[in-house]
Design a protein around this ligand. Structure first.
Ligand code: FAD
Length: 462
């Protein structure tokens, strides 16, 4: 961006416009994933919807590539664009809860921790991801899954409405009754349709949940996965457990003798009747003896908000991340050796693979009710190579790609859009949306015919 355009942007926009010469520039272009090193021409910090309107119009009028940054957690760094303009929603972190109506309105730049804190104060919550520094914006628009998903569905299943700044700079409210096609597309279609300045969510009573961790040595991985793939799908909706391969962190609650060991395990979350949470934890721990007594088992009732942030310290901003994903409806015997091989080859202590359940309540919506097209998937898998040291970037990337490639034949063909990596290509985006792609492309033609919002896993206008 030339200096005259940058000066014009500073003049035209109310929020601070941060350019490459600004001392705040390097901080402003830093996102969660330290592998991302993009240099926008300008970063506009938007305080409200009017700032967003002005920024979108300015970018259009000057033919600038436009990126939208919510929480900045996108693996491929889709909140930034080289040379163009980033609309940074960080100042729009606010949450307004109506406890009696069980509704939360959430600013477009809010983080999950903002929502969990505000709703949690009233014993309420809604399904969202497992690290509290993740943005509500990107997570919701891609679908959103977490500890409450088997009980209350995906994040989008609890979205009641959204205020959206469209490509032409107009602001609309989308819901079941207002711009229903746009509302359908927002629920899973990613950031393709506009800038969401506020989300409205339905909340549920959550309060205390039962957290449990069970870990086994890798020699037991085949037995554990054979048991897990049968146990979880038939378990009641208030039993949630994601499977992981991991290196045991050198910290409590893990005993020293397993610190640094490569293991497999399940992170459990029991919800439901507050009087039965302790029993629920006991039941899960007892069930987990089935594939062989875990080397480590722990369980306790905890505030939901504490569970939501328990991985924050392990995964601070500034690590190198490379990830890929795929949906799975089964874990066939043939895949077990692949999991064991790559678990043994975990390249760094933080690298991991998770299988997140997306069944239970998430299966009770119709396939066409939202843009999320994998209502038949049981697990959303992510292969994540992670390390603080940039020197290990190549190794974590290679492990992730190799593992993903070997597991892909056992997948359903497409990935959760929020677990797609950089430049996976249009065919992969189509595989994510399957037969919803054409409908999404028609909505895109209506609301963003010139593809102004293209810095995302892009859906081209029909
Ligand atoms: P950003 O990088 O800011 O944005 C990502 C995309 O969303 C961009 O295309 C951006 O333009 C768009 N976007 C963001 N906000 C808006 C908005 N208000 N309006 C329009 N477009 C917007 N996902 C899960 O579902 N469950 C999990 O448990 C989970 N755990 C995670 C843990 C970690 C540590 C990380 C890094 C990610 C996790 N994710 C999880 C994936 C997460 O959903 C995506 O990374 C998501 O894109 C993050 O959104 P963001 O707003 O922070 O990202």
């Amino acid at each position: 961006m030339d200096s005259a355009t940058l000066a014009a942007a500073s003049e035209a926009l109310r929020g601070p416009v941060i350019g490459p010469q600004d001392p705040a520039y390097d901080g402003a272009r830093t996102v969660y994933n330290a592998m991302i090193d993009k240099r926008p021409g300008a970063i506009v910090r938007c305080a409200d919807a009017v700032d967003v309107v002005d920024a979108v119009r300015f970018a259009r009028d000057h033919g600038l590539d436009l990126a939208v940054r919510g929480g900045g957690h996108s693996g491929p760094g889709l909140g930034l664009v080289d040379g163009g303009m980033t609309v940074d929603l960080a100042p729009m972190r606010w949450v307004r809860v109506a406890p009696a109506a069980r509704i939360a309105q959430v600013g477009g730049g809010s983080l999950l921790g903002d929502l969990d804190h505000a709703a949690g104060g009233f014993g309420l919550g809604t399904p969202a991801g497992i690290v509290s520094t993740t943005g509500v914006g990107g997570l919701t628009l891609g679908g959103g899954h977490g500890y409450l998903t088997r009980r209350y569905g995906l994040t989008i299943d609890n979205l009641l409405g959204a205020d959206v700044v469209l490509a032409d700079g107009s602001l609309v409210s989308a819901s079941e009754v207002s711009h229903p096609e746009l509302f359908w597309a927002l629920r899973g279609g990613g950031g393709n349709f506009g800038v969401v300045t506020s989300f409205t969510f339905h909340l549920h009573p959550v309060g205390t949940v039962g957290l449990a961790l069970t870990l086994w040595p890798l020699e037991r991985l085949h037995d554990v996965l054979r048991w897990y793939r049968e146990f979880l799908p038939q378990a009641p909706d208030d039993v949630y457990g994601f499977f992981a391969v991991l290196t045991v962190p050198p910290a409590p609650p893990f005993p020293e003798k397993i610190h640094g060991r490569k293991m497999c395990g399940v992170v459990w979350c029991r919800t439901g009747d507050q009087d039965r949470i302790e029993d629920g934890v006991r039941d899960v721990l007892a069930a987990a003896d089935e594939p062989g007594r875990p080397a480590f088992g722990f369980g306790a009732p905890m505030p939901y908000t504490a569970v939501q942030s328990m991985f924050d310290e392990l995964l601070p901003p500034g690590l190198q991340w490379y990830w890929r994903g795929d949906f799975f409806d089964e874990i066939p015997d043939a895949a077990l050796d692949v999991h064991r091989t790559y678990a043994e080859a975990l390249p760094t202590p933080l690298s991991t693979m998770h299988l997140y359940p997306v069944d239970g309540a998430a299966h009770r919506l119709g396939r066409g009710d939202t843009a999320w097209s994998y209502r038949d998937a049981r697990w959303s898998g992510v292969f994540a190579g992670i390390d603080p040291d940039p020197a290990n970037a190549g190794a974590v990337r290679q492990w992730c790609v190799d593992y993903w490639q070997e597991m892909h034949p056992y997948s359903m063909g497409g990935a959760y859009v929020n677990f797609m990596g950089a430049g996976e290509g249009e065919e992969r985006v189509r595989a994510t949306y399957r037969d919803h792609y054409d409908r999404l492309a028609r909505v895109k033609r209506t609301y963003d015919p010139e593809n102004v919002f293209h810095v995302n896993q892009n859906i081209r206008p029909a």
